[in-house]
Ligand binder design. Structure first.
Ligand code: AMP
Length: 280
């Protein structure tokens, strides 16, 4: 696996692929990789002959400067993991390379409020920064396939909207959430959990699974109340537990077997904010 720091050097390589008609799948990450990320690399290689990953801790999507400062960084270890998972190219740019001075690359599209609910409500500006970096990375890499995790379901939905509205010629693929033993969704942030909280945080997946088991028979408001209580009883601080339409992320009041739904949760486990979801 070769690592590219500049846009020019990466494009030079990717132009060669393009000339040979080779397809490319792209997996953007912020590094501090775990098996969840590696599963995306493996999925990506089923769609295209070459896989490019990026590692870029995007400052514009952090609404909390402390979270940005403490975000784990482990480039050398990450490179080994990517290489062993079959990644062909790594793009690991500097901030100046992604955001050259004087160029505004903000994305302005109508997200119909999808960016204002759940994560959007608790992390103002987060999705604006996320879409900005994904658009910039897609402009640079120009992949046929983009592979993203279900773990960040709202992020996936917003990128999907952006691709549709801006008619970006890339097919978006969703890959399942990889979990630790006990059910906690793998996340780069988990390494900052205390060992006690790491065990207790399994309640998030337990609550989501409870919602899935009871969705057809129980009033949705009761499910939400029960799940929120279960999480609080375990010592986490729930921020939201919502059941929403899987495409538009609008809140759903009643179960309808013809509507695809997703339950999404965010909670603080001590100092660490965790998110998870389940397709119902
Ligand atoms: P991040 O490095 O957190 O920005 O995540 C990069 C990509 O990995 C995103 O598409 C995430 O949804 C995905 N991802 C993160 N955690 C997991 C997981 N546990 N299972 C599958 N994909 C994940």
């Amino acid at each position: 696996m070769k690592t590219y720091i500049t846009v020019t050097s990466l494009r030079e390589k990717l132009d060669q692929l393009h000339e040979k008609n080779q397809k490319l799948a792209f997996v953007p990450t912020m590094g501090a990789l775990h098996n969840g990320h590696l599963s995306l690399i493996k999925s990506a290689s089923q769609y295209a002959s070459k896989v490019c990953a990026s590692i870029f801790v995007n400052p514009t999507q952090f609404n909390n400067p402390d979270d940005l400062a403490k975000y784990p960084r482990a480039l050398e270890e990450d490179k080994k993991m990517l290489s062993s998972a079959g990644c062909n190219y790594l793009f690991a740019p500097t901030v100046d390379e992604i955001y050259p001075k004087g160029i505004s690359n903000k994305v302005s599209i109508d997200l119909k409020g999808m960016d204002k609910v759940m994560e959007g409500q608790f992390r103002p500006g987060h999705f604006e920064g996320m879409l900005q970096v994904v658009k910039r990375l897609l402009d640079i890499v120009q992949p046929q396939f983009l592979v993203m995790g279900q773990k960040d379901y709202q992020q996936f939905s917003l990128v999907n909207q952006m691709i549709i509205q801006l008619k970006i010629p890339t097919q978006l693929i969703i890959a399942p959430t990889i979990r630790e033993e006990g059910g906690l969704a793998m996340s780069s942030r988990n390494q900052r959990l205390t060992s006690e909280m790491r065990i207790k945080s399994a309640i998030l997946f337990k609550a989501l699974s409870y919602a899935k088991e009871n969705i057809q028979t129980t009033n949705l408001q009761k499910i939400i109340k029960d799940c929120t209580e279960k999480i609080a009883l375990e010592g986490l601080k729930p921020e939201y537990f919502e059941i929403v339409d899987a495409t538009y992320l609008s809140s759903v009041k009643e179960f309808n077997p013809d509507q695809k739904l997703v339950a999404c949760v965010a909670a603080w486990a001590g100092e660490i904010r965790l998110i998870d979801n389940i397709i119902l």
